[in-house]
Design a protein around this ligand. Structure first.
Ligand code: WQD
Length: 357
């Protein structure tokens, strides 16, 4: 009787081989859930089809538990149907998607096909299995240029979006809001990330950009280790204390734990609700560089370069809603983010690729 009444602990984690996904898979396992991961490895390292991506091998090392992994694409609806018939999932956590802001500008249709096709297939499969619990990986980018700081969830979304990547996040949110309106019984958490940085304390998993990083901290880290010669600071004429961009950096493990907190509160969400996952504190680019130099003991040479098109000056989160609703709060400091990131970088100079690659 107990077994039958016990809620299944299976959680479908799409994109679980990625930076945020893999850190969340660690926290799921350590919290007693059984993640079932699918990932097509388009942005993960050395994934011979059917073989476990290296990031998940590392997750097994950290947790001491085997991870169940399927190597297929969310656009393959038949395979996805099969998976939903095989496992009685208690919820879905959807991380999978293309995520490069710059790439999305030159390949808009690829981004719409993949990012929107994936969520459409997922919703269809979930409806067929009468599964209505979903945690969706959204992004602060849906706010566009904030009119008021700190940004809270009442802020209008979808205005002034400058790239197809950000629009796919907004369109997916809109779809989920409409699904929840049309078919009550859904419990959907839209988690809007600010700037995730850092790595698990083991140094075994971390951010592993394919090619030169678009994001600030992985770029800084590769300059510190000598893989890249100099950091370009995109503009020092913003309306911020030192003129460089201000962002709400959040430790990746705080972010992952925020997902577990959201998963556990899903049934209290009537319909679809958005939550900011940030720290509520903004740091400038130069402050982040200085923190990284202190954490790594390395110099990070930089030069001031022109602003990057589409960049915002000042963005940081109002985090009260997630704190109240999930009883979750980001606790790790910028220094811890840098120390943990540097440990990953120095232990894995080539990311998940072999050191001699
Ligand atoms: C942060 C700050 C740059 C690189 C993006 C996406 C967002 C999310 C996170 C996916 C800015 C400055 C950066 C560099 C620099 N991605 N910078 N030199 O732009 O806040 O957010 O990544 O979900 O959707 O929009 O992050 O790390 O690119 O930039 O000066 O080489 O660092 O100008 O002020 P961003 P970022």
């Amino acid at each position: 009787e107990k077994a039958k009444s016990k809620m299944s602990s299976y959680v479908l984690v799409t994109g679980g081989a990625g930076y945020i996904g893999s850190h969340t898979v660690v926290e799921l396992i350590q919290d007693g859930f059984t993640p079932i991961v699918i990932d097509n490895c388009v942005n993960a390292t050395r994934c011979q089809s059917g073989k476990m991506p290296e990031s998940l091998n590392r997750v097994q090392q950290i947790t001491g538990k085997a991870v169940t992994y399927y190597d297929f694409d969310l656009l393959d609806k038949d395979k996805l149907d099969e998976l939903f018939k095989k496992y009685k999932f208690c919820a879905v956590m959807h991380f999978a998607g293309l995520k490069s802001v710059t790439e999305s500008i030159s390949k808009p249709m690829e981004y719409y096909e993949v990012n929107l096709g994936a969520i459409i297939n997922l919703i269809e499969c979930m409806k067929e299995q009468n599964l209505k619990k979903l945690v969706f990986s959204s992004s602060a980018t849906v706010y566009g240029p904030p009119e008021k700081l700190p940004v809270d969830e009442q802020h209008i979304v979808g205005k002034g979006l400058t790239n197809p990547y950000g629009k796919t996040k907004f369109f997916a949110e809109e779809m989920l809001r409409d699904v929840a309106k049309a078919d009550e019984g859904w419990n959907i958490a839209l988690l809007r990330y600010f700037n995730p940085v850092g790595s698990h304390i083991s140094g075994l998993i971390g951010e592993d950009p394919q090619g030169p990083p678009n994001n600030l901290m992985p770029y800084v880290s590769q300059v510190a280790i000598g893989k890249l010669p100099v950091l370009s600071v995109f503009g020092d004429d913003y309306d911020t204390p030192d003129g460089t961009g201000v962002r709400d950096f959040i430790h990746i493990v705080d972010l992952a734990q925020g997902h577990i907190a959201a998963l556990k509160k899903l049934q209290e969400i009537n319909g679809c609700m958005a939550f900011n996952l940030g720290t509520g504190k903004g740091y400038s680019v130069l402050e982040a560089v200085k923190a990284f130099e202190k954490a790594s003991g390395r110099k990070v040479p930089y030069k001031i370069a022109p602003r990057r098109p589409g960049d915002l000056g000042n963005v940081y989160a109002n985090t009260q809603l997630a704190e109240k609703f999930f009883q979750w709060k980001a606790t790790k400091s910028l220094e811890e983010m840098c120390v943990d990131m540097w440990r990953w970088q120095s232990m894995n100079p080539n990311g998940y690729r072999p050191a001699d690659a």
